[in-house]
Ligand binder design. Structure first.
Ligand code: NDP
Length: 480
């Protein structure tokens, strides 16, 4: 059985306590590796390493740091298949998804910020006859990057890359549920000879290592992606310490379908936006609102397509849906299906655990589930389920569907299907959500601001927004 280590000060380091946690393969329900059960002692060691490396790393030119990020990207690319297999095994996602989405995107994240930092500059404000101001953008020092289990390397690298590019040194804390590709990233950093202490990866439980990382005196900023409850907890301990925070949290995203849309394109994309990664993408559209005139047609076509989705062993090339990430999560999603029934919903398809045979007999598989007949304000339609479960609801007017869409505590993303340009603009303006996709879903330009409104978070990632977050602005005013 493989035993992972932390990556601290450039070397693979066992946890100081000597204790390890079990790591499970969701497709089999079996333990297949051990990860460090780190404590504040490991965090302290990592912070010391990052602090010692900070001034040297910040003193490199943007081009030199850019070169290091390019080397990381190139090395991951060389080992792309090993990374994809690890991601699929650790998370339960189809191997095809890890190959085409997770790992290519992690590589792009490093390349993107390697390029972006060479184009990033401060502002200058001229005061006529008086002087000139210019703004320096300086690295913060040691920063924390904490990521969830659903897109493990994709989201971790989305934070690490801009943090390093901007000249910070990093303590990364991957989810303890999906540590494998973060561990492979440590091997990559060792392979390429990344200066020691620049990136440190500490594995372990959120409430233990995550908490001590977020409250450490020498950690200047926290970039966090995860659940809203965890974000609230982090904000409550880190805000009194005046740490910079970027919180990317949960969602309950509406997918709004008008009768005038390109129906075939909408149907194909709605299958993906509902069930990709077993519905475990923060951007999945779990509340589908359909204009009444096409509701019945949509219901028949959608349910028939969902019924034919192939759930299978994630290692199979043609598997479209794999396992959900853990037994706890499986039970959470099943409890929401029971709640939906109690609330008066009808299950149109799915609704049960999927029992597999052979290698996957004890795996955590769930049938993709479609529910109708629920009011917009019931718990099933208000709380984040984060699994392969969607509700469908008819609507009659723009105002009505805007009210439904904006009725939750979340505001991460929204999808809109219509061929009416005026409506697309009108609705986009009214949706309370950080991202609106019109006639598409999950089309990502890494330069654009990414993040949510309301309880979906504070701050924005992506492009220069991320580089601004990971730097401190200092204005210099020169009188002439
Ligand atoms: P969690 O909030 O449970 O965990 C996220 C990370 O935080 C994990 O590494 C976790 O460690 C760690 N953590 C837990 N407690 C603490 C703490 N007290 N202090 C510091 N770190 C802590 O989220 P999940 O991993 O369950 O991920 C699912 C959630 O992430 C969903 O709500 C989803 O919407 C959201 N998400 C948001 C995205 C966005 O961009 N807005 C993108 C992707 C997901 P450990 O795993 O060891 O508990």
């Amino acid at each position: 059985m493989k035993t992972f280590s932390n990556y601290i000060n450039g070397i693979l380091t066992p946890p100081i306590s000597g204790n390890y946690l079990n790591n499970y393969e969701p497709a089999t329900g079996k333990i297949y590796s051990l990860i460090p059960d780190s404590t504040d002692l490991d965090i302290n060691m990592a912070v010391i390493a990052a602090k010692n490396a900070a001034s040297g790393w910040a003193a490199l030119s943007n081009e030199q740091r850019s070169d290091w990020l390019m080397k990381i990207a190139a090395r991951i690319e060389q080992k792309q298949e090993e990374f994809a297999v690890a991601e699929s095994r650790d998370n339960g996602k189809p191997i095809s998804l890890a190959r085409t989405m997770d790992i290519p995107r992690a590589i792009s994240n490093f390349r993107f910020f390697a390029n972006a930092i060479t184009q990033f500059g401060g502002e200058s404000h001229h005061m006529q006859g008086i002087g000139i101001n210019y703004t320096l953008r300086q690295a913060l020092g040691v920063v924390a990057c904490i990521s969830p289990w659903n897109l493990p390397l994709y989201l971790l690298s989305w934070k690490i890359a801009p943090a390093l590019a901007a000249g910070n040194t990093v303590i990364a804390k991957p989810s303890e549920i999906t540590p494998f590709t973060a561990y492979l990233l440590s091997e990559v950093c060792i392979d390429i000879g990344l200066p020691i202490g620049v990136l440190n990866i500490v594995h372990g439980l959120g409430p233990k290592v995550g908490d001590s990382l977020c409250t450490h005196h020498d950690v200047k900023a926290i970039s966090f992606t995860g659940g809203t409850a965890t974000g609230r907890r982090i904000a409550s301990v880190a805000a009194p310490l005046f740490k910079k925070m970027s919180l990317e949290l949960g969602g309950k995203n509406p997918n709004i379908i008008f009768a005038d849309c390109d129906y075939d394109q909408m149907l194909k994309t709605t299958i993906r936006s509902s069930f990709a990664n077993q519905g475990q993408i923060c951007l999945c559209g779990s509340r589908i609102f359909v204009e009444r005139s096409i509701y019945d047609r949509f219901k028949i076509d959608f349910v028939s397509k969902v019924d034919s989705l192939k759930i299978g062993d994630p290692v199979d090339e043609d598997c479209k849906m794999g396992a959900v990430v853990s037994e706890t999560h499986l039970n959470k999603v099943l409890s929401y299906i029971s709640l939906a029934k109690e609330e008066g919903g009808s299950i149109l398809c799915g609704g049960h655990r999927k029992i597999m045979h052979g290698r996957c007999a004890e795996g955590w598989f769930l049938q993709p589930t479609v529910i109708e007949g629920l009011p917009h304000d019931c718990r099933t339609n208000q709380e984040e389920i984060f699994g392969p479960v969607v509700t469908i609801t008819p609507f009659d007017s723009e105002d009505e569907v805007i009210m439904y869409a904006n009725s939750t505590e979340y505001g991460l993303s929204a999808t809109l299907w219509t061929s009416n340009l005026g409506r697309a603009h009108r609705m986009s303006e009214k949706l309370v959500s950080g991202i609106v996709w019109v006639n598409c879903w999950l089309v990502r330009d890494l330069r654009t601001p990414f993040g949510g409104m309301k309880n979906s978070g504070i701050g924005r990632e992506g492009g220069y927004e991320a580089l601004r977050f990971f730097t401190e602005a200092k204005n210099v005013c020169i009188s002439y």
